[in-house]
Ligand binder design. Structure first.
Ligand SMILES: [Zn+2]
Length: 177
């Protein structure tokens, strides 16, 4: 497995253990060239899913791409990586068990929004703002309203201080005209 920091091909497994109730193997790896440490997960892939984009273009489903987009939404939020992995696995299992091989990208987007909503309200708003491509300030207010109505979100709906980069980066600027 190539080192994500220095691209060395020379990394070593330091520790392997089952996780996600034996649905995955988690490996801690270390790169002897740069000292970088990282984690990989090995899991069963039940079927090859195809994502159908809005344009109609079809691309193979890529779990890593999905994880990367979620990681952008949860950047700097206090969420353990293993919770994110479980969330992604849950979404993939749901897609795999739908019986469909071709999945519209909006179905995946909606699944991610649903899952993020329970995980972290700030990450949810960030993802939703990009995913839904808000055009009106009212779209944003609507999502905030959805969070406010969800009692399970109350515990974690602590607004970062004004001017903090966490919250301001989640705010899409209303477009004029
Ligand atoms: Zn390295």
């Amino acid at each position: 497995m190539r080192c994500p920091y220095c691209a060395s091909e020379n990394t070593q497994v330091k520790d392997s253990r089952p996780t996600e109730e034996n649905a995955a193997i988690r490996r801690r790896r270390v790169c002897p060239d740069c000292g970088g440490r990282f984690t990989t997960f090995e899991r069963v892939q039940l079927r090859d899913l195809i994502v159908v984009k809005r344009s109609g273009r079809k691309v193979p489903f890529d779990r890593d791409k999905l994880l990367a987009s979620v990681n952008i939404a949860i950047r700097k939020r206090p969420i353990e990586p293993e919770r994110v992995e479980r969330m992604i696995s849950g979404i993939v299992r749901q897609l795999e068990s739908s019986g469909e091989t071709e999945i519209p990208s909006q179905v995946i987007g909606e699944s991610v929004m649903e899952a993020l909503r329970g995980l972290d309200p700030v990450a949810y708003v960030r993802f939703a703002s990009v995913y839904r491509d808000f055009r009106e300030a009212s779209d944003f207010a609507e999502v905030l309203g959805e969070i406010a109505r969800d009692p399970s979100a109350e515990r974690t709906t602590a607004m970062p201080r004004a001017g903090g980069d966490d919250w301001s980066s989640a705010l899409p600027l209303p477009k004029k005209g």
